[in-house]
Design a protein around this ligand. Structure first.
Ligand SMILES: Cc1cc2nc3c(=O)[nH]c(=O)nc-3n(C[C@H](O)[C@H](O)[C@H](O)COP(=O)(O)OP(=O)(O)OC[C@H]3O[C@@H](n4cnc5c(N)ncnc54)[C@H](O)[C@@H]3O)c2cc1C
Length: 293
């Protein structure tokens, strides 16, 4: 098994995933790889298949709860410059999936292109945002998508037209692909107004969300017509915790990793939340975060 000799990008063995998730949990992963380009990525897909190693893409790790035990997996990070490019053509933006959303927001604002403002403060990559159909303040990234460039499980590059993609609340049918990049459509607006909106959203986030300790943002999806945070709060669970993990006292749908909390502590808290909300409101909360274990 010496496929990695042909790799141009970077490979780390037994890399702790806690270094790559915003929740700061995660034991060692067998292979942590930053491919240099699509040729490298194809090599990873074929090698993973050949040696029966599960392959998962990791973006900024801001929506992943990685388990404490060693993972026999290939975690692929599209964080090399090749996957972070951004180009402008009129109102269209072509961006790589490894580009951070903050960069997309600032680069579009600079050019008077509006439509990405709501993404400010979401600490993810474009790829992660597309898979999750990230959204805030009533907008979702799917509204901006014209087409998405992906690599399939056989290493073939395809362009998916918007009509071929199913987006729903915080989910999509893109998870079976590796997203390489997307063409997004924006519209012209006064730069001053764009900047004002970005600032307004930043202040609202500061007011409502809890950034005092590592987290993965909202842990549970909102049930139809309600807010998971409201239900968790009504169950009197704010401030409850196990080990180093605590439910935020500011936003009940945030779990904070206060003192080297383990994924096991967070999972225990999630179980408690689910049970209490089910017992009190007969509602089955579903996790928004992706659990890797
Ligand atoms: C403080 C905080 C606030 C947040 N606020 C919001 C918010 O307001 N709205 C919101 O929607 N989310 C929010 N989030 C959650 C998170 O930031 C988003 O879901 C984000 O889009 C995830 O992007 P990521 O790059 O971190 O993805 P990751 O967490 O790394 O991955 C998420 C999923 O996408 C897959 N994936 C990632 N990249 C690719 C790719 N290139 N190809 C294929 N699959 C891929 C992963 O395998 C995984 O299944 C918040 C998180 C935090 C920590």
């Amino acid at each position: 098994m010496n496929w990695w000799k042909r790799l141009k990008g970077r490979l780390k063995l037994e890399e702790p995933l806690k270094r790559h998730t915003t929740l700061r949990t995660g034991g060692p992963v067998r292979f942590f790889i930053q491919p240099a380009d699509t040729q490298d990525l194809k090599l990873l897909i074929t090698s993973a298949k050949r040696y029966k190693i599960p392959l998962s893409v990791i973006g900024a790790g801001s929506n992943i709860l990685a388990g404490d035990k060693r993972l026999r997996r290939m975690a692929v990070s599209l964080s090399s410059p090749f996957f972070k490019e951004i180009a402008f053509k009129g109102n269209l933006v072509e961006a790589g999936s490894g580009l951070m959303l903050a960069k997309l927001v600032s680069e579009t604002a600079k050019r008077g292109l509006s439509g990405a403002e709501f993404l400010s403060g979401i600490p993810g990559t474009l790829g992660g945002a597309l898979v999750m159909n990230a959204g805030a303040w009533g907008s979702q990234i799917s509204k901006r998508v014209m087409k998405i460039r992906v690599m399939d499980s056989r290493g073939r590059i395809k362009n998916l037209a918007r009509e071929k993609i199913d987006f729903a609340y915080r989910k999509s049918n893109l998870e079976k692909f590796i997203i390489l990049g997307a063409t997004l459509k924006f519209f012209r607006r006064e730069k001053r107004k764009i900047r004002q909106d970005i600032e307004r959203y930043r202040r609202q986030r500061q007011l409502l969300q809890d950034r005092s300790f590592p987290s993965a943002g909202c842990i549970f999806r909102n049930p139809p017509g309600d807010h998971a945070g409201r239900l968790i709060d009504l169950c009197g669970l704010k401030g409850r915790g196990f080990g180093g993990a605590r439910i935020s006292s500011k936003h009940a749908n945030f779990i904070l990793n206060r003192k080297n909390g383990r994924a096991a502590d967070i999972l225990k808290l999630m179980k408690l939340i689910k049970k209490e909300v089910k017992d009190n409101f007969k509602i089955n909360l579903q996790p928004e975060i992706k659990i890797w274990q």
